[in-house]
Design a protein around this ligand. Structure first.
Ligand SMILES: [Zn+2]
Length: 316
């Protein structure tokens, strides 16, 4: 059922070409060697914003390290990995450094959602930016040890924090989130949040809770948001979602009931859509201008797979 890597055209933040070298991040000499490489490049994260260079053909997220430092980045870069043997680092800017850069004609400072949906940088750079953004967010909010309250220190090239007080080690985190398309034969449930752009309808989503399986999270979240009872749950694909550091676990969910009771706190509107109607939304040809999320989001690929294959996506 699952397809090989790269089979979801346009899906953002997914690019298996990054070699993370997770076992070697503690090798200080190796990290210095990578930092000294003429091929090393850095992405620059400034809170929720990303700094891009303007080029003749568009934008580029990769800076030479000296260029990045001249922007006023802080020390302690994160080692992201190797991309085609070239080291990639994540640098960060403090909030007060951003404003002076906004007037520079050679730079474009924008948020990662815009970069992904507008295709501002080469697709293969998105994963690099996503890793840097997620890790910088984690560092910014874990400066103190949750065990003893001491100030923690970055370790392992940015993938761990260590407490000098109690020696506790703190690892970077990922928050799993289920995103599911409820299916009732020839129709699927799509809904919209008040945060969506006008006319956009998507799959349902929610965070997994401690001690909960992926399947149970799909059933619970679907019932809470729509009132539907769910039978079979079929995993499809996942997507790192660096807002701030989630993993979207994309699933199809078999509806065992059809009456909807929408959670109006979460959902502005939602209803059943036929495969034909969903197809017109994917194609941006819906008669009332309704649309699905763009191909950069896993929801687009869940809806596309269902439009193409119907309830067969639920498996046996
Ligand atoms: Zn501690």
């Amino acid at each position: 059922m699952t397809r090989p890597s790269g089979a979801w055209p346009g899906l953002a933040y997914v690019d298996t070409k990054i070699e993370r070298l997770s076992e070697q991040r503690g090798d200080h000499a190796l990290m210095l060697k990578f930092a000294a490489s003429k091929d090393a490049r850095a992405v620059v994260v400034a809170h929720e914003m990303i700094v891009l260079k303007k080029t003749n053909t568009g934008h580029d997220a990769l800076f030479e390290q000296d260029e990045a430092r001249q922007l006023g980045t802080t020390s302690n870069p994160i080692f992201i990995g190797l991309h085609r043997q070239a080291p990639r680092f994540g640098f960060t800017l403090t909030a007060e450094r951003i404003d002076p850069l906004k007037s520079r004609n050679d730079l474009h400072i924008t948020d990662l959602r815009s970069i992904a949906t507008q295709g501002l940088v080469p697709h293969e750079q998105l994963e690099c930016i996503a890793i840097a953004k997620a890790l910088h967010h984690w560092h910014a909010r874990n400066r103190f040890c949750p065990n003893c309250g001491s100030t923690t220190e970055m370790s392992d090239a940015g993938w761990r924090r260590i407490c000098p007080g109690c020696k506790a080690e703190h690892f970077s985190r990922t928050d799993p989130c289920v995103i599911m398309l409820p299916i009732d034969g020839e129709r699927c449930l799509l809904a919209r949040s008040h945060r969506f752009v006008p006319g956009m309808y998507s799959a349902l989503a929610g965070f997994m809770e401690p001690g909960e399986s992926m399947e149970d999270a799909v059933r619970r979240e679907t019932q809470e948001e729509s009132g539907l009872k769910i039978g079979r749950v079929r995993y499809y694909a996942s997507q790192p979602w660096p807002f701030p550091h989630s993993l979207m676990i994309g699933c199809f969910a078999e509806a065992l009931s059809s009456d909807l009771t929408l959670d109006k706190n979460e959902i502005e509107d939602g209803r059943w859509f036929s495969r034909e109607e969903a197809a017109t939304m994917l194609a941006r040809k819906h008669e009332h201008g309704l649309i699905t999320p763009p191909p950069s989001a896993i929801a687009h690929h869940l809806i596309r797979a269902y439009v193409e294959r119907g309830a067969d996506v639920l498996g046996d």
